[in-house]
Design a protein around this ligand. Sequence first.
Ligand code: SF4
Length: 376
Amino acid sequence: MESNGFRELERLKKQLQEKVKSLMTVEEVEKASRDPHSKRPPRPCGLTVHTGIGCPFRCAYCYIYDMGFKAQITEYPLTGIQLVYALSLNKYFIPGPNGTFLALGSVTEPFHPSTKKKTIEYIEAISKYLGNPIQFSTKMFLTDEDVEKLRSINPDISPLVSISTITRDRLLEPGAPRVEKRFETIETLRNHGFKPFLFLRPIIPGITDKEYRDIIDTALKYGAVGVVAGSLRITRRILEKLEENGVDTDAILKRAGKSLTGFENNVQYDVRTDDIKMEIAKYALKKGLLYLPYACMANIFSHGQKCWRMKALGIEPMVKEPPEITGVEEYLDSDELKVKYMGFENGFIKVKVLKGDKKIIEELLKYRFKSCVRLY
Ligand code: SF4
């Protein structure tokens, strides 16, 4: 009989809150309770943890500047314990090695000199008190010492090293370390036993589609274990910035299915790159690298786990056995949540929500059954 996931989660989180609360002053507890980490809903690839605010690299394609972040960087104002406490208050967060994936580096550079200490502090606190799978994405040059430090804290962390272009980095990423240094980061990570992935993101049509072979070849030479590719999202400001830097924006607009006059201020639009991703996947696989379409899969892989979507996407031999998905209804059944199980298809558990917070239902099922979830 499946134990009840929701009640178990509540119990675990209470226990955790009591434990870490006793390590803080009243003011520290209050500050952590007000922090956005205590409320932020997870994204499809996990919950983003901010180790800094802002980023000075000024990448032409970066949307953080449209979200109000500045081109200066400061470390995040919580201590490691406060971060753990804030996460434990987040109603969507599931603690533990089989819990919510944590992603560091989505709106800042986690290993910039201004944020590195804080990033290490957060990784230490998460590893000590929570044990959740951690992933970071970076453009920094990491030294042997940096990587050795990381390894001593948590050797399973999933590193993604971001590269979009091998020839236009100076122009499009004016504040970031040169791509050569990032390849060296891949090498150092691999030498210390990590499983670094080339994060081919964002795919800039007209540039990345022409350069991906060279980028992949070089990443392979430096020890990358695989490739994760990600699409570009544009705003009016990003498009103007790319144009200023000589990028052919017509190709991008065509893929966004919009003309510049139709852009609303600060709205992000997806640029369709499925065909380019397919080419990248084929090439990476031909070269003997893994190709994972989602960053969370690299996180799972790094932590020695697997998810059923990988099987549905044909990522063999990582997932072989058919899934055993039983007890879905019992797992959630409580005063707060109720669902009807409707089957499993292509890596997705399908449930009809009868009662309760949809996002909590999705998160509980996703992490318990290592599967994506479709709610009806
Ligand atoms: S390094 Fe990342 S966060 Fe910083 S500007 Fe570039 S894309 Fe944005």
